[in-house]
Design a protein around this ligand. Structure first.
Ligand code: ZN
Length: 373
């Protein structure tokens, strides 16, 4: 194993294995060697990534695909990946973000969905905050649909940054309503950039006023248990998970972005759904069942999350780990939204942005890989 590849795997496992930075199959990592990009497969967690799992792809072929306007038959990222593939990937599909990994010339590239930094990326004032907190040390990219459009937006923003500052492009890119890309020449380079970025944004959050206390409905333990059991039962789920303290109690007011407005990042849609079912907490099974039906009629899918604002969050899943992951993903969004509101105003994904992710085949694939694990 080359030393650089070892450094990449350590970065993926150390940083990507920390739920502050990535969860489940989210985020990705790549290393460039001799014109070949070796990248994490789609759906595989950074936390457990091994060298043998990396998918090798020719960088020149990927860059041609990125810059070409030729019509292709099928999803352009899939087609590019198939053309660029070197040898046998053993059925693994490379990450959908291969194109932005290919265009950044640093050998090591780590893409994360970090909770602290996302208080800036998921913010109506995101670009302004990035400039205030990070100066010219980060490139800002507005939310863009993943795949070719996002990679082109990253390339354009990097070029514009270089033209404006007259300096080399920094190794940090902030992706609106999504996460960050951090690149560098070594483990220490990349790790230092991730931690410095996080520290600077955390300081800005700590200096902002505390959020106001929200109301907490008085629900007995029996009522909460009944809500959890009814939601589990009427959705026909295999498993459920719930929380009634910390984030689930203190930052789930009726006006919180993830409660009433929409999802913060694509991964939230993939693992926890775009919006939760909002309950009052006093519903019996029949009333809850009616609300689930109404939700289904409106959203054309079952809710994955149910929220009693200020009191309880319930998640369902195909397995106990699926339910745990949905709950954790939703609570991540709750935390990011609360921090975003402290330093500005949370920005949720709009209808068109949501719709693209909800119907994207690549995300359905990623969900299916996650289920097998
Ligand atoms: Zn991502």
């Amino acid at each position: 194993m080359s030393d650089l590849t070892q450094q990449l795997i350590r970065l993926a496992n150390d940083i990507g294995g920390d739920t502050e930075f990535s969860r489940a199959g989210g985020g990705n990592a790549s290393v460039k060697r001799d014109g070949i990009l070796h990248i994490k497969p789609s759906g595989v967690p950074l936390a457990t990534l091994r060298q043998e799992e990396l998918v090798p792809l020719r960088i020149d072929v990927l860059l041609d695909a990125l810059h070409s306007d030729d019509e292709v038959d099928g999803d352009p990222v899939r087609v590019a990946a198939q053309k660029a593939q070197v040898g046998d990937a053993g059925g693994r599909r490379p990450s959908v973000e291969i194109l932005f990994h290919a265009l950044i010339d640093d050998p090591l590239v780590l893409h994360l969905h970090p909770l602290t930094a996302n208080a800036v990326t998921c913010n109506e004032r995101g670009e302004e905050l990035a400039r205030e907190i990070l100066g010219d040390d980060a490139v800002w990219v507005d939310y863009t649909d993943p795949g070719v459009p996002l990679a082109r937006a990253v390339e354009d923003a990097r070029n514009a940054h270089a033209a404006r500052t007259g300096k080399p492009v920094p190794g940090v890119v902030l992706l609106g309503n999504h996460g960050i890309i951090v690149s560098g020449a070594s483990y220490d380079d990349v790790a230092q950039r991730v931690h410095s970025l996080t520290d600077r944004i955390q300081r800005a959050i700590d200096q902002a006023p505390q959020p106001e206390e929200i109301a907490h409905p008085q629900l007995s333990a029996t009522q909460k248990k009944a809500i959890v059991e009814s939601f589990h039962l009427v959705t026909g789920a295999s498993a459920s998970a719930s929380s009634d303290s910390g984030l689930a109690r203190d930052y789930t007011g009726p006006l919180a972005g993830p409660v009433s407005e929409g999802p913060l990042i694509p991964d939230q849609i993939v693992y926890a759904g775009s919006l939760p079912l909002v309950l009052q907490g006093d519903e019996d099974e029949a009333a809850l069942s009616h609300k689930v039906e109404q939700f289904q009629a409106t959203h054309e899918r079952l809710p994955i999350i149910a929220v009693v604002p200020g009191a309880l969050v319930v998640a369902i899943g195909d397995s106990p780990s699926g339910a745990d992951n949905a709950l954790a993903t939703y609570l991540d969004a709750v935390r990011v939204a609360a921090d975003a509101d402290r330093i500005g105003k949370v920005r949720v994904m709009n209808q068109a942005e949501r719709h693209f992710i909800e119907h994207w085949e690549a995300e359905a694939y990623r969900r299916s890989v996650a289920k097998e694990q």
